[in-house]
Design a protein. Sequence first.
Length: 475
Amino acid sequence: MIDKPNILFISSDHHRGDCLSVSGHPAVMTPQLDQLSFEGVRFEQAYSTCPTCIPARQMIMTGHDSYGFGVHKYIESTRIPKEMPTLQGLLGGTGYQTQAVGKMHLFPQRCCYGFDNMIICEEGRRLEGLKRDDYEWELEEKGYQGKIWAHGVSNNQAAFRTWHLPEELHSTNWTAREACKFFERRDPTKPFFLWLSFTKPHPPYVPPLAYWEMYRDRDIPMPARGEWLDEGPIPMGIMDSWSSRNVDLVDEQIRFNIIRAYYALITQIDFQIGFVLGDLRERGLLEDTFIVYFSDHGDLMWDHGAMFKAAFYDGAARVPLIIRPHKGFDWQKHSWRRADVFSSPVALYDLMPTLLEVGGADIPPDIEGLSIFSGRKRNYLFGDCDGDHFVTDGRYKYLWHSAGGIEQLFDLRDDHKEEHNLIDSLDPKPWRQRLISFLKDKDPIVQNNELKSTPHPGNTFSRERNGWHARGAHY
Ligand SMILES: [Ca+2]
């Protein structure tokens, strides 16, 4: 008799917090995630506090914030220190069979960091000696060697097209299928912890035709455009998107088609989650499984004219977070009801202690993450990424951009698109002071109780060469 619930930890990559139909999005279709949300609870103010792949994932695994972990931007080869406990390692220590499927973005890429096993899809990254990931391996065996990336769209490019190979070979379908294979192969005497990690809707934006067609007659809403773009220096997070990827040069019609492709990729993930849940149901495991869905960060998707991540605007930093507890979960003890929607700010690094509590493992005493069940609500949530900092209470959001010392203050209730900077109409001092108090003794940008800025280069754009890093035949 297994007395612990199975844990299905589902993540995607680049899924914006607003792109759920259950949260009122006018175009995106997410029926499976909506259903999970009705059966469980949803967090409307969940944040990636360093919204780019590597730091976000390492914080999720370790329960540390970026200062506790010590990484503040995307740096390849970043390792989790050997002595630092991980979510999967601690659950394994308490009797779970632990498995990862999909994108992990770890270094070395085959280092399990506490997982019993990993079946990986790393979007073509071959670093530190990796010859191929498991996704490429299977496609090569099926005769598609040299053809996986032949759609011609890169991992960092504002472009789109439909998927060029059979739908079942798309990474989203492959990842879901590998999850089902794990359910078949698992040790039935142990509860399982499966991190099911979809690589999409991360670019390349290449949905299968069936999902692309589902959005044929859907109106694509206009992206946000801050009026602050017309007032003085433009924050570097926006400028970098324009400079390094030339996204400001993309034609408006193509912009809307990229959004359509992005929505189609989200719906594909949603349907493949349906496939995985169906497999669990047929095996009689669905009710005994604690399910979480989240994304490692979002995608600006043309908000403020920019694309991708590494910024604290809503599209990049806020993520979906849905928890659907298992059958034996004590709803009353946690004061939760089905379909509850919570608006207090939570961080991705809160998931580690939350799942340790679900699995009956000890929570490391030195982590910054707070179990969502602990009752210790956070009044303010902080984050930093590559020179940008933010703090929010769930209602207001204050941004500090070191380059140029640009401050922004948004009212998320009345201006969720963050188009109106209130820095001149609301007193920013308390917000600035909260950030200073948090960063003091941690970050050298605080000097003499003030935030130190660096020069802003002016509103001019470099045009980087080879900015897309496209993949070719990839032998
Ligand atoms: Ca990512």
